[in-house]
Structure formats: C-alpha cells, structure tokens
Design a protein around this ligand. Structure first.
Ligand code: RIB
Ligand code: CA
Length: 308
C-alpha cells in the first residue's frame, strides 16, 4: 500500500483525481488532503475538498486548509474554467464535517516527519503550500518518498503560450520547490493534454450511478465532450502515476521556473541536456492513454460499486 498526501485546489480535475484515489484504496493509503487557493479561492477549494471527502467515501482522511494566495505577487484564478464554485455544474451534498485545525504546511511537515521515506506528495495545484513547507522544514526533501506534481510543460502553456496554470499561479513557489534538492516528477501538459474525456470515455462513466453525477457533469462543465475531443483530466494523471508509473515515460531534466519574464513568467524551462548537471526533475514525455483510461475507469467502477 502506497501512502500519498494530495495537495489540491478543487477544481474539477482535482475532484476526478481524488475520485481516482478513492477508487484505489487497495493500492493507495490517502494520509491527508491539503488545500490551496488556485482554481478558485481557498474557502471554496476547501469546501469542495470537504464535500468530496464525504461524497467519495474517503472516511476520516484529514482535510487541512493552507495558503490562500501566492507567495509574492498577484494571484491568478481559473473560475472561468472551473466555474464560480470550482466544480462547474456539479452540486454535491454540503459537507457535514469541518476541516482539521491547523495549517496545511504544518500538516505536510508533521506527516513526513512521522513517516520518513513512506509518503508520496502529490501536488495538483499551485505549489505555495509545498514551498512554505520546504522553507519551514528543509528536511522534508529527504523525508518525502517522492514528489509528483501536475504542472508545467516543456512545450506550451495553457493559461498563456508560456505558462501552465499551476506554475503561473505561484512561480516563486514553483521555483523554490524545483530548487529544494529533491527530484520532482513533473507530469506536465505535454502528457496530461492527451488524457481527454471524449464521448467514448464519457460513455464508460455514464453507468456509474451516483459517481456519474460528479464524473459526467464535471467533465461536461469543464469543456464540451465530442467524439474527437473534450476536457483533459490533468490532475488525475499525477495520481495515476503513483498507481502505475509504467504508464508514463519520464526523462531526467534540469527544470528552472521563470519568475521575472514579462511574457514568460511561470514558464517551466526544461533542459533535457544535463551537460553534467544533476537533474532536479523527471519529466513525463509520454502516456499510455488506453492504459490510463483502463486504470481510471476501473477505479471509478470499484468506487461506484461502493457508493451505490
Ligand atoms: O493546468 C492544469 C492545472 O490547473 C490543473 O491542476 C487544474 O486543476 C488547474 O489547477
Ligand atoms: Ca488542480
């Protein structure tokens, strides 16, 4: 059983990533969910995480809120993509339980200190909480079993031609995380944009009862679904990596994050030519898309059987 801690900004694809984790209880021990301001403001990402914990039958997994905004400069949001609530047209039952006391940064540090070498951090939002955790306790780079992020790109951005949203939302935090001394597994747009919910995939989600309300409505809120295309469930790719890294090809690289460029702020500058330097990242360059959907739909089917 692999222990994972998911830092997120739900967010429709964050929700589908949490659903993948919830349907993979045989393989993943979700030790905690931490939230960050990102797609929408922190109160909403946290409320969405709390509602998802109960809707997805995640039991007593602690949900701990973290940073509301970026470390230094203007915060960008993606409510134009994820809707004002952060979950598009998805309406979940209001959560009964409250978030945990304390701050996400302390939760992350304390969890890693208590289980050195055991917990994989999965970050699928802006990296503000992780950057502050590194500054609070630099030894977490040794204590973490792995760090997998959904973010960046070695080709083009999505929020603008240069920058992927999670990196753009807090470039200084991303620079701190990539420079902290661990090896970041970067699941970027280059592969996540191939993880598309098209009509055939949506048809595999439709029979999943109550869970389909989240999956189908969420996907259709994210982007129009057609036979040829639809929304990419970016964040689920990071969780899929923890479940089956063989679905991905990852290449060692040196990754720097632009924090000053007028047009390139938030760009992940990925150099696959190490030229004798130690890599600070493993960058995903390919995804077995059919294998990804078999993994994801299989997890959703197991979860749906539990939720009925
Ligand atoms: O660029 C995709 C990323 O930005 C995903 O994490 C999505 O949830 C948004 O946060
Ligand atoms: Ca996200």
């Amino acid at each position: 059983m692999k222990k994972v801690l998911i830092d997120c900004d739900p967010g429709i694809d964050d929700a589908l990533a949490l659903a993948l984790a919830a349907g993979s209880r045989d393989a993943l021990d979700l030790v905690g969910v931490t939230t960050v301001g990102g797609n929408v403001d922190l109160p909403l990402t946290t409320a969405n995480a709390l509602a998802l914990r109960e809707f997805l039958d995640l039991g007593d997994v602690p949900v701990t809120p973290g940073s509301a905004g970026a470390l230094l400069r203007h915060t960008v949001r993606a409510d134009h993509v994820h809707g004002a609530s952060g979950l598009g047209a998805v309406v979940l039952p209001a959560p009964v339980r409250e978030p945990s006391e304390g701050h996400a940064v302390d939760f992350i540090v304390d969890a890693l200190r208590a289980a050195p070498g055991e917990i994989t951090l999965v970050a699928v939002g802006p990296l503000t909480n992780l950057a502050l955790a590194v500054r609070r306790e630099p030894r977490i780079v040794e204590w973490a079993r792995d760090l997998v992020i959904m973010g960046g790109s070695y080709t083009r951005g999505n929020h603008n031609p240069a920058a992927e949203f999670n990196m753009l939302a807090d470039p200084e935090a991303a620079a701190i995380v990539f420079g902290a001394g661990w090896t970041v597994t970067m699941i970027g747009l280059d592969v996540t944009l191939t993880a598309v919910v098209n009509a055939a995939v949506l048809d595999r989600m439709r029979p999943l009862g109550r869970l389909a309300e989240l999956l189908v409505t969420g996907a259709q809120s994210y982007m129009a679904v057609t036979a040829e295309g639809g929304p990419a469930i970016h964040d689920a790719c990071a969780v899929a990596y923890t479940l089956d890294p063989s679905l991905f090809t990852c290449v060692p690289a040196v990754v720097d994050v632009e924090t000053a460029g007028l047009y390139t702020r938030g760009m992940t500058v990925v150099d696959f030519d190490l030229a004798g330097r130690e890599p600070n990242a493993l960058v995903a360059t390919s995804l077995d898309v059919p294998g990804f959907w078999d993994l994801v739909i299989g997890a959703y089917e197991r979860l749906a059987a539990r939720l009925r």
